[in-house]
Design a protein around this ligand. Structure first.
Ligand code: AMP
Length: 201
């Protein structure tokens, strides 16, 4: 088994995150928790790239549709359909439009529990109900109702992989091995060293 500190995860700052000038703020949050940036690039994704990205996980359609149904039940909203697959077919259409509307910043972050930590820092899908202190909770106000009313995707600044398995597949989808840099950060010594030798002179 690899050491937990080697876990890597994919983060994409979506077009609204770039347009809101939040690149530095978002990167800063991951740096401050102790994660290491090992790959980064700006690009305008193609529709095909985004469709493939969201369908890498065969469960994505069901899970995303079910999340929408659960949110509607909690708020007493009535949806046109409760079939998770019908809901996600529509979401995928508007998502492709959203994600290809401008440049995004794709990154790979490495560190212990990186997938879980990044998800915690990013917050839940719907910014309206994301916790205060998370990136989505602090920097944006979108909701399922607004997205549905205007037939568009939820603008929530960031994509973050949902599990370690997803992280692996998504990193491969966005980066070649040559684009990822292996290096040591001096701060890793205080985060991971067993004996903490070499601090005192
Ligand atoms: P997720 O994999 O849960 O992050 O979903 C992918 C992205 O699709 C989200 O980050 C939102 O931008 C968008 N999205 C998810 N669910 C909905 C929804 N019910 N309505 C509109 N957009 C959505």
């Amino acid at each position: 088994m690899n050491h937990p500190k080697e876990e890597r995860t994919l983060v994409v700052i979506k077009p609204d995150g770039v347009q809101r000038s939040l690149i530095g703020e978002i990167i800063g949050r991951f740096e401050k928790v102790g994660l290491k940036l090992v790959a980064i690039k700006m690009l305008v994704p193609t529709p095909g790239h985004i469709e493939e990205h969201y369908t890498l996980d065969p469960e994505w359609k069901r899970i995303t549709g079910e999340k929408r149904v659960k949110a509607a039940k909690e708020k007493g909203e009535k949806l046109e359909t409760e079939d998770p697959f019908k809901i996600t077919d529509k979401i995928l259409e508007v998502l492709i439009k959203y994600m290809t509307s401008g440049p995004v910043v794709a990154m790979v972050w490495q560190g212990a529990h990186s997938t879980e930590l990044v998800r915690k820092i990013v917050g839940g899908t719907e910014p309206r109900s994301s916790d205060v202190g998370t990136i989505r909770g602090d920097y944006v106000l979108d909701s399922y109702i607004m997205a549905d009313t205007d037939s568009r995707a939820i603008r929530n600044l960031i994509h973050a992989s949902g599990s370690s398995k997803e992280s692996e597949a998504e990193i491969k989808h966005w980066f070649t091995p040559e684009e990822i840099t292996d290096y040591k950060l001096v701060s890793e010594q205080i985060l991971y060293d067993v004996n903490l030798d070499g601090i005192l002179e």
